[in-house]
Structures are given as C-alpha cells and as structure tokens.
Design a protein around this ligand. Structure first.
Ligand code: SF4
Length: 362
C-alpha cells in the first residue's frame, strides 16, 4: 500500500526531533529513529523495536524510502556501479571504487544535468529533477547496508570501511545546494553516519554564487573544481556555464573559499587532444593557480560521448604534468576507474547504460 505520510529519511536529527514534538511525543524519540536509521540501518518503522509498539503504530503512515536496486555492474578493476530506482521510478547511479587502502563512494545529486559539458554523457539526458536530501543520503545508506560497510570514522569495527564520499556522480551538486547542504549535515553528524567532512568532496563546474554560499554552510566539504581549460575561449566551448561565470570570477571565489591548514582545492583537468593540452596551457594553468592552495588531477577523456573530442596521448599527459610539477604545483594523473562499465567520470548516462545492463550479467 502506498504511504502518503512524511518522508523521514533525509531529515536532520533536529528536524526529526521537531517532527516528533509536533506529533505530541518527546523529542528524544526523534533521536531514536535517527540512530536506528543511520547507525543500525533499520529502514522499517514497524520493526524499530527501540520505539514502543503504540508509537510504531502511530508512525505507520510515514515512510523511509531507501532507493531500490535496478541493476549492478562490476568492472574489471572491481569498481561497482549501482543503478538505483527512486520512488517515482526515476533512476540514478552511484559508483563504489575500491582502492588499496580505501573505498570511495561517488554519489549523484540530480537526475540528469542541464549544464551540457561537452565531455560528459550525463549532459545528454538533460535535467529531469533535483534529488531530495533523502535520495542523496539514501544512496549512501543503500551501499553501506548492502555491502556491509561501516563509515571509517565511526569507531573500530570488523566490517570493511567506506573511507570517502564524493559528490561527483550525475548532476551539478551546487544546482541543488539546499538538499546537498542538508545531506552533508546528515552524512557528517557524529550521532549518525559520522563521516568526517575532510573525507567528503564536492565537485563543481563552477557556479560562483553557490561556491560562496557553500563556504558559509554548516558543513564545508573539500572542494573540487572541474576546470579543464586555461582560457575563457576554450572553456566557454567545453563547459558552457563558463560564459556566465568566467575563469577569473571562478578562481576569485576559490581564493576566498575557507581552507584548513593542510587543505587544498582540487582542480580537475580533463586533457583533450589539441584543445587544452599544450605546453602553453600548462604554463597558463600555473599562473592561474599561483594564488590558490591548489592541487591538480589530470584525467584522460573517457570514451563515450560521440563527436570529435579525443583524449590526449599518455606522453602528452606526462609532459603536461612535468611542467606543472617543475613549478611546484602538486599534480597527479588519475587513472580512470570502471571505464569498461561506463562508471568513470563523465560516463554516467542512464539510457545507454540500460542497454549495457541488459547485455551483461549483473
Ligand atoms: S560534468 Fe557535471 S555539470 Fe557538466 S554536464 Fe556532466 S554532470 Fe553536469
């Protein structure tokens, strides 16, 4: 039977306490639900035995909507991509990336995206809608529960750990800032999931006013900027939002973004053959980042999007890196993860993916 009460997932601890007060209950009952949800992974109100039976009955019409698995794929490098179905039937992806000493979960913030970056398959979907805070944290809960993972900072445990969360899946997180902010509060709440904000990274193509708002939010994650060009002429073409917020404005906002002592802003740079990968580009990048505590991640263009964009050669990528490193810019070459199942950066695309899911065993 479809429930039409309140969605309790995605409420902060204090919002849940207020909700219970409005029901005529003590606020601590809200904290009990919060604990059951985010610490015990109990997603069914009727079986939350911490609550008295009469209260469970009273709450029966309310809901906790964890996304459902539609399909799953595992890449040759063990990266796992989950296609999750939401309450209204829309589908989103999240990607679990195992590495030697850590596991990173990449989550989505929108169904599709409106920003039309030229190297990104998600752009082809267009924007269908923003995700709610419930749908954002629901992805994390789904993976934690089904993979039997714990959050690294939540104390000693025999379970494998989820060490990092990155907002780098489908959508531009800063176009959905209100729900992203709320999900950051929930993900990092020591009473709940307890992920350190230092272990959460939000990646944006550079919505300048929203970067300034994020800088004021109660939980400030690491900031990553998808830069991928050193001139406005080139960036206007491959990341069209640059026409509204050109490189100078973007870097000014980065310069003002609050950073802790050893923290740096990550600049992601997708190297595209003959477009943004020249020695001059590398030298311009050094100048652009001169006043910012920055590090650079160089990425190759992943296969997927049709058109005439081609990834730079390995030699060119190495050469580009060398120029940056020689001038003291910490620069890393990131190898693509899960690219054979279209799980790497810029490859998340539902329509195409559904064909792959049909063709491959999950
Ligand atoms: S790169 Fe990010 S902002 Fe650009 S179209 Fe893709 S999802 Fe949207």
């Amino acid at each position: 039977m479809k429930k039409n009460g309140k969605e309790l997932l995605g409420l902060t601890a204090s919002e849940l306490a207020v909700f219970m007060t409005k029901l005529g209950e003590k606020p601590y009952r809200g904290h009990q639900i919060y604990h059951s949800l985010y610490r015990e992974f109990q997603f069914d109100l009727s079986t939350m035995t911490e609550l008295p039976k009469v209260l469970r009955k009273k709450l029966a019409n309310n809901k906790i909507s964890i996304p459902k698995l539609d399909s799953k794929q595992i890449a040759s490098d063990a990266t796992e991509k989950f296609l999750l179905q939401l309450e209204d039937g829309e589908k989103i992806e999240c990607v679990l990336i195992p590495e030697k000493n850590r596991q990173t979960l990449c989550i989505s913030t929108q169904v599709g995206c409106s920003l039309n970056c030229q190297f990104c398959l998600t752009a082809d979907i267009g924007l269908k809608r923003n995700l709610s805070s419930a749908e954002i944290v629901g992805q994390v809960l789904y993976v934690l529960f089904h993979k039997r993972l714990k959050i690294k900072s939540a104390g000693p445990t025999l379970h494998p750990k989820l060490s990092n969360i990155v907002f780098m899946g489908m959508g531009e997180p800063l176009q959905n800032l209100e729900n992203v902010t709320k999900s950051l509060i929930i993900l990092s709440d020591p009473e709940g999931m307890g992920m350190s904000p230092n272990k959460i990274t939000l990646s944006t193509v550079g919505l300048v006013p929203q970067i300034k708002k994020l800088a004021q939010s109660p939980v400030i994650p690491n900031l990553a900027i998808s830069l991928s060009a050193t001139t406005n002429i080139v960036r206007n073409q491959i990341i069209p939002i640059n026409r509204k917020y050109p490189i100078e404005q973007l870097l000014q906002a980065c310069n003002e973004f609050p950073l802790k002592a050893r923290q740096r802003i990550t600049f992601e740079y997708v190297l595209i053959d003959g477009v943004n990968d020249s020695d001059d580009d590398a030298r311009r990048l050094i100048k652009l980042l001169a006043r910012i505590k920055a590090k650079v991640n160089l990425l190759s263009l992943n296969k997927g999007k049709s058109g005439n964009l081609k990834s730079s050669s390995n030699d060119r990528i190495q050469c580009f890196r060398r120029i940056l490193v020689e001038k003291g810019v910490p620069t890393y070459i990131r190898r693509p993860r899960g690219s054979d199942i279209f799980a790497a950066c810029g490859q998340l695309h539902l329509a195409r993916q559904e064909n792959i899911f049909l063709a491959l065993p999950s």
